[in-house]
Design a protein around this ligand. Sequence first.
Ligand code: GLC
Length: 560
Amino acid sequence: MESLRWWQRAVFYQIYPRSFADGNGDGIGDFVGMAARLDYLRELGVDALWLSPHYPSPFLDCGYDITDYTGVAPEYGTLDDFAAFLREAHARGLRVILDLVLNHSSDQHPWFVESRAGRDSPKRDWYVWRDPAPGGGPPNNWTSIFGGPAWTLDPATGQYYYHAFLKEQPDLNWRSPALKAAMWDAARFWLDLGVDGFRLDAIATIFEDPELRDHDLDLDMDALVDVNTLTPEQYERLMGRQSKQPGLHELMRELRALVDAYPGDRVLVGEDDDLTFHGSGEDELHLVFNFPLMRARRLTPGHVRANQALRLAALPAGAWPCNTLGNHDSPRVWSRYGDGAHDAALARLHLALLLTLKGTPFLYYGEEIGMADLQLGALEQVRDMAALHRYARLVGRGGVAPEAATRITLATTRDRCRGPMQWGAGPNAGFSPPGVATWLPVHPNAQAGVSVAAQAGDPGSLLGFYRRMLALRRATPALVAGDYEDLPEAGQGCLAFLRRGAGQACLVALSFAADAQALDLGPVGGRARLRFASAGRAEGGLVEGELALGPFEVVVAELG
Ligand code: GLC
């Protein structure tokens, strides 16, 4: 246990700065607000915070379109506010990692403004500019991940620039040594200030095929509304030449060397699930997310077993797993895994899974009180530009009626998981002062028990469960450091596994079923002492022979 690094022991909590706490009453979260909530986070029992982008941005991709890599968005505060937040977090033993967006900047970034000013601009090659195809039109048939062509013409200079995402997010050209040096300087700027590492945005798309070869997916691209609807094979054929290109691993190694030059074990977490980003296990990224776990519509014991078997076997020696069930791009845990009848029990079950699997867990703000997906009422409320582009494609090329396209957009926009944190039951849920228009509406369920204030004093609440589980993990070395050993005899309705290590052996039994389950303890020695149960069992009690599990029950017990 002692030999583990802090980021192997830590539980991370992702904060979406715009939505966490509004300190100055303008309807938008900020650093003063976040700093005032650090005690809450400490008491919750998390160890590290990941902040989604906090940089100046026109906010067309919710901050992932940056105009200054070493600044703070004015609506979030000043650099001094940031430094005070960091100091206060560190004073409470909370680490802080930032979101480093390497693939692209905003088209409003001074670098891009200069780059597009003329073909002979000294920063022309900081972005990816190409002449039109011989017969006119874009240089090739590549697609933006947010839909539509990946090339946009700049009429003034007659060339196209490349963007893997929105046209307002031009791709940076990492083959330019000067660009690379400027970006590494930006990374050092924050490391010098004392941040504990970075979550690396969209790393797969940093390089493109230098020969710009067309993709060969035989599809009517004009009719394709959303690349995420493709099968994995189709997606690979479509995007293969726009992602995971040579040079990427070398670049990650460079960045690793850069952070390793700092004291204090700074960490790099890649927004990707590809285990090759661990490199040798020591020389690229410390953590990459286990997205295949998260992306299942329903998690079943079979899915988790297969997922763990595959990923743990493929992990290079020295590398460490990392699991998450929700973030700012995906439905909220409550809504994704809920079934309408057992939502609260399912939320508990999924947290228990996340905190007992081997690896570093990442939680998403608001998950701990059961925040649900926000249902926006009108297109005008949508802030996620990618969703609005999709709407336009649905109505345009997709031929979908506007009412239906609106319904689809409101049901799928990423805004739904980015709503204001629900601190209390009062107006604006205590996120902003009463009467202020918040940047996204507050979920009405804040008035119905889904708030910190409503749950904080109640150990039986979801928040109480999160605190208990986080405390259990902290007090149970095997749950952090132990190996993972599946118990296949648990059957279909139940996932059971051992976490063995650090002088301890723990049995984790998770019922994924709405009816009673039983787990034969024979294979693990016939008996176990209860450490934790979601139902009201006496902790410390001995279970012998068979462990009976109620619907969706969670049990952690110690062997031996
Ligand atoms: C990542 C971010 C997502 C963003 C995209 C482009 O996938 O998580 O929110 O839209 O990159 O920056």
